[in-house]
Design a protein around this ligand. Structure first.
Ligand SMILES: [Fe+2]
Length: 194
């Protein structure tokens, strides 16, 4: 008998040492200038910035870390060497008490991610939804002794300061409400394969 995992995906998580205070200062400066997105954001109640200038010096250590991590992801995916990765856009979101992000994915990108510069245990977690939309119609929650990747409808990850998470852009996700009175700051981004 042979067991084989078919149709799977993965996320990458790490803790990176970049200057989060400097990034938070920059975020508040742009927020105070009200430089917010013209797109329809997933943010419910929070501040969603416009796309950032990627040449900005304060962003460079983060961009370097994102690039390095993205190549690790591509190695796991077995992407051909002739392709390169390019950071397409980046923005930040500040969610305060009861703010959250509704379910969405990041269309027309290859990889996407989130980096937290101000977030604690109750500031709102990121929840990834099982990409098989049929699972909940066929299998019911009470059947499982414990949850695993074959039958979970969703998987929640804590959003903590300094954590970065990389995921495929097609993977739908949402963010639970911030239960604290403190701001939660996340930097989101999209990466293209070129
Ligand atoms: Fe997102």
């Amino acid at each position: 008998m042979i067991k084989e995992d078919i149709f799977s995906t993965f996320i990458l998580e790490d803790n990176i040492k970049v200057n989060v205070s400097e990034l938070n200062k920059y975020a508040y400066e742009l927020k105070n200038k009200n430089i917010k997105t013209k797109r329809i954001p997933s943010t419910q109640g929070g501040f969603h910035s416009d796309d950032l200038h990627l040449e900005e010096p304060v962003l460079q250590p983060l961009i370097k870390a994102i690039t390095k991590m993205s190549y690790v992801y591509c190695r796991e995916l077995k992407v051909k060497e002739k392709y390169a990765l390019s950071l397409a856009n980046m923005w930040f979101v500040i969610n305060n008490q009861n703010h959250y992000n509704s379910p969405h994915n990041h269309p027309f990108s290859f990889l996407s991610g989130a980096f937290y510069t101000k977030s604690g245990a109750d500031s709102g977690d990121i929840v990834f939804l099982n990409p098989n939309p049929k699972i909940e119609g066929y299998w019911f929650d009470g059947a499982w002794k414990e949850y695993n990747m074959y039958q979970s409808g969703s998987i929640m990850k804590e959003s903590l300061t300094n954590k970065i998470i990389l995921f495929p852009s097609w993977l739908a996700h949402h963010v639970t409400p911030n239960k604290t009175k403190e701001d939660r700051i996340v930097w989101s981004f999209n990466i293209q394969l070129i």
